[in-house]
Design a protein around this ligand. Structure first.
Ligand code: DQA
Length: 145
């Protein structure tokens, strides 16, 4: 039987994890996150396709690719969370196609600046996990299975 693939997508500035505001995001690098995600995915009988981009259009194309591959998605949209209706619409294509999409955040945006309190993604996501650092990604994989 084929091993199901999950797209694990991270948006802008997450390539800077490890040195980016470590008091907020911790000291794990994106490489650490992807290693932990791949190993948790294997443990759960999944294959994780981990990617990061600083570009909105590229992220949207990856969400379309997930739909075409009939893959579930774990998405940390970074700051796109708070204002990108284009990313929201692409997420809606994923969830209305019958796939699951879990929005994740390393930090808990609700405890931070006012502009982070709004997620334009949450309303079309299957669910959201925030505030657990790298564990947010691993919990999202567990939620998918
Ligand atoms: C983030 C939270 C966002 O507000 C921020 O813009 C990020 C990271 C998180 O993982 O906590 O880039 O999505």
């Amino acid at each position: 039987m084929a091993i199901p693939t999950v797209f694990v997508l991270s948006g802008p500035n997450l390539d800077r994890l490890g040195t980016r505001e470590p008091d907020v995001y911790g000291s794990d690098t994106l490489g650490d996150v992807h290693d932990a995600v791949r190993s948790q995915a294997e443990h759960l009988g999944l294959r994780a396709d981990c990617r990061q981009t600083n570009h909105e259009g590229e992220l949207i194309e990856w969400l379309h690719e997930a739909v075409d591959a009939a893959a579930d998605v774990v998405l940390n949209p970074g700051a796109f969370t708070h204002y990108s209706y284009a990313v929201r619409d692409a997420c809606a294509i994923v969830t209305t196609s019958g796939r699951s999409l879990v929005e994740v955040h390393l930090s808990n945006p609700a405890t931070r600046e006012e502009f982070r309190h709004t997620s334009v993604i949450a309303g079309v996501a299957t669910g959201t996990i925030s505030g657990f650092g790298l564990q947010s990604y691993l919990l999202a994989l567990r939620a998918l299975v």
